[in-house]
Design a binder for this molecule. Structure first.
Ligand SMILES: Cc1cc2nc3c(=O)[nH]c(=O)nc-3n(C[C@H](O)[C@H](O)[C@H](O)COP(=O)(O)OP(=O)(O)OC[C@H]3O[C@@H](n4cnc5c(N)ncnc54)[C@H](O)[C@@H]3O)c2cc1C
Length: 405
């Protein structure tokens, strides 16, 4: 796409999309002196459920550590719900698996945060810097790709020139489309119903996940003994569940959860989101990097989407800073390939694990169900293997920069 060739204002980095991942990239670079512009098209309001955002993210302990070292966690911690244990079971076998933070010598596996808290906290951290401009509501009208830089025309009329443009504009990335990058896609034909609920008794900082034949049902611990549910099911079932009265919905929920925490006694507004897995065919091009859901999105059954995106942001931030230190052009493909190469193993392994988990728990053949039960028992007793899995899932083992130097 072409735009008129007039010289614009020079900026060091342009980020399209100020969701959690775009903001994280800006937050990681906010003290480097780089002039960063973030363009966000929506001055959105959160959809509330029992007075809290119905969208919630589990941030694993490895990423909490990153947010702490970057000085962002102080804006989030007062509203974070601790998750010290996780219990997983299926519709068939009793028992299932349990993961406790103490098994990997940690105080917690991670924290639950409302998305609006994460967004607000990250935005607050940007106010520490005069070098970061957040333009909202604003959008990019035209992009001109050049060998030596990218020229961008904003809807508000400003024309910017930058060595690197970053697509952090989510799963339906507009910028990815402008760069003619296609995606590999897997549509699960499922929706994720989200809502906040109150259990009768304490959730004891435990995340519960029951794998039903129709999809996983997660109950996640929030502050003030509230829980967030993510109920993945077929589109038809989701339409049925959304149409139920609160009382009938809670009856269905309690039936599937088997009286968990004394039963769910209150449910807030429900919302549903389509579920698909997707991977961009290229996550970098000359002068373009994709991060977060613009690069890859996964089934929310392990709550790892934002977590992958935060790690993208950290690795890309470090590569930009290193390139600047060694007087390299950080929009060059050679630099961006370093970001891509570091991130692909984590992204591909996580995507493959989500697919394997989804297939394993969808299968209903009796022999498979028995095998699955046996597998869960073995994993529950697997000691070192279980610890390794927990350390990788919580991100505390992964080679990701914790500070930007
Ligand atoms: C039901 C459900 C539950 C989930 N639970 C978890 C969880 O517990 N833990 C977890 O880690 N992940 C979870 N995820 C995944 C997580 O929500 C996503 O991975 C995450 O939102 C990706 O963040 P992002 O910033 O990359 O994209 P987005 O959150 O989609 O943000 C993109 C931003 O770009 C803006 N934008 C879009 N187009 C433009 C444009 N053209 N110009 C300017 N701005 C634009 C949008 O307005 C938005 O603000 C869940 C997902 C679902 C569906």
């Amino acid at each position: 796409m072409q735009t008129q060739d007039r010289k614009g204002e020079a900026v060091d980095l342009l980020i399209v999309g100020a969701g959690m991942v775009g903001l994280m990239l800006a937050a990681a670079l906010r003290h480097t002196g780089l002039h960063i512009v973030l363009v966000e098209r929506l001055a959105g309001q959160a959809r509330l459920s029992l007075g809290r955002d119905c969208r919630v993210s589990a941030i694993v302990q490895g990423n909490v550590r990153i947010l702490q070292r970057l000085g962002v966690w102080k804006y989030l911690e007062q509203d974070a719900g601790m998750m010290t244990s996780m219990r997983i079971w299926d519709g068939q076998e009793q028992g299932g698996m349990r993961f406790d933070a103490s098994e990997i010598d940690e105080e917690t596996l991670g924290y639950l945060l409302e998305n609006r808290v994460l967004l607000d906290g990250l935005r607050q951290s940007l106010q520490e810097s005069v070098d970061v401009e957040l333009l909202c509501p604003e959008s990019v009208q035209q992009v001109l790709w050049r060998r030596d830089g990218v020229q961008v025309q904003l809807a508000g009329g400003r024309v910017l020139e930058t060595p690197l443009i970053v697509g952090a504009d989510g799963a339906n990335s507009w910028l990815r489309g402008q760069a003619d990058i296609d995606v590999f896609q897997r549509d699960y034909g499922q929706q994720g119903i989200v809502a906040n609920v109150s259990p009768r008794f304490s959730h004891q900082n435990t995340a519960f996940q029951r794998f039903l034949s129709t999809g996983p049902l997660a109950v996640l611990p929030m502050p003030d003994n509230m829980c967030s549910i993510v109920w993945s099911c077929t589109t038809a079932e989701s339409e049925r569940l959304l149409a139920l009265s609160d009382a009938a919905f809670m009856d269905d929920l309690n039936e599937h959860l088997g009286g968990l925490c004394g039963g769910i006694v209150e449910v807030g507004q429900r919302a549903a989101f389509p579920l698909k897995a997707q991977l961009a065919r290229h996550i970098v091009r000359h002068r373009l990097a994709l991060i977060g859901d613009a690069a890859h999105s996964i089934h929310p059954l392990a709550g790892l989407g934002v977590n992958l995106g935060l790690r993208d942001a950290m690795v890309l931030a470090q590569e930009i800073v290193d390139a600047r230190k060694f007087e390299e052009d950080w929009g060059e493909l050679a630099v961006l390939n370093r970001y891509m190469k570091q991130r692909m193993p984590d992204v591909l392994l996580t995507m493959a694990s989500m697919e394997a988990l989804h297939q394993t728990f969808q299968a209903q053949l009796p022999a498979w169900v028995k095998l699955r039960g046996l597998g869960m028992k073995m994993m529950g007793n697997a000691g070192v293997v279980k610890q390794l899995l927990m350390k990788n899932t919580t991100g505390i083992n992964l080679p990701v920069p914790h500070t930007i130097e």
